[in-house]
Ligand binder design. Structure first.
Ligand code: DX5
Ligand code: ZN
Length: 219
């Protein structure tokens, strides 16, 4: 069994006290998932690039930036240059994926590509060998607190098969509705990297919830 990663999403954390929210979960998290939304690609807006740069600079944890924006070709390399550990772009939004993958990498970050629920896995397969992370969305991107979409489980299994067949080390990330109830479903399908927002930050003890999620993902 490959190593697993738990990446809490701060989308629904207390954004007024972000530093203390991050400090709370840092000891039990591998990466911090930063959701960037522009109110164009998705009907919601989160952090500006300047605010994101501050978060990246101040975080004690490496940042996993998930760009839900309409101009990722332009912005993704900037997030990499700002110090994000990984930068994930949506295949539906990108204009020149090969070029953007390259530019993220030469600016020093790992490269991720995300698929919305209605997007076919086949669309990303030509690029799979060039990726560090493949993100299968298990909700429609835009908001935290939605229900895990069971109909995405077969896409996760299919992605796992493709990654194994090519003997790649691509992380298989799931994002949306991951909780104590759903994490093992995603893990059993082959996911090894789990974003969790509401399950963590709406729980009484985020730190303990993260440890429980990790235990469930390993066992
Ligand atoms: C949704 C975001 C997610 C979100 C996950 O578009 O990409 O990262 O924060 O939140 P939960 O875990 O509450 O579904
Ligand atoms: Zn996300």
């Amino acid at each position: 069994m490959s190593e697993i990663r738990i990446t809490p999403s701060i989308l629904n954390a207390d954004l007024g006290n972000l530093d203390s929210e991050i400090a709370k979960i840092a000891p039990v998290s591998d990466l911090l998932h930063l959701d960037i939304m522009d109110n164009k690609f998705v009907p919601n807006q989160t952090f500006s690039f300047d605010r994101a740069k501050e978060i990246i600079a101040n975080s004690v944890m490496p940042i996993d930036a998930h760009l839900m924006i309409s101009d990722p070709d332009l912005m993704a390399p900037k997030y990499a240059a700002a110090g994000a550990a990984s930068v994930t772009v949506h295949i539906e939004a990108v204009n020149n994926l090969s070029k953007t993958i390259n530019e993220i990498r030469i600016n020093g970050a790992k490269v991720g590509v995300a698929l919305k629920p209605k997007t076919q896995l086949a669309d990303v397969l030509p690029y799979l060998p060039d990726l560090d992370l493949l993100l299968i969305m298990t909700v429609e991107p835009g908001f935290g607190g939605q229900k895990f979409m069971m109909d995405q489980v077969s896409k996760i299994s299919q992605a796992k098969r493709e990654i194994d067949q090519l003997n790649l080390k691509v992380l298989l990330q799931v994002d949306g509705g991951v909780s104590k109830e759903t994490i093992q479903i995603a893990r059993n399908a082959g996911a090894n990297c789990f974003v969790a927002g509401n399950a963590v930050f709406k729980s009484e003890n985020p730190n303990q919830m993260l440890q429980e999620l990790r235990k469930l993902a390993i066992n």
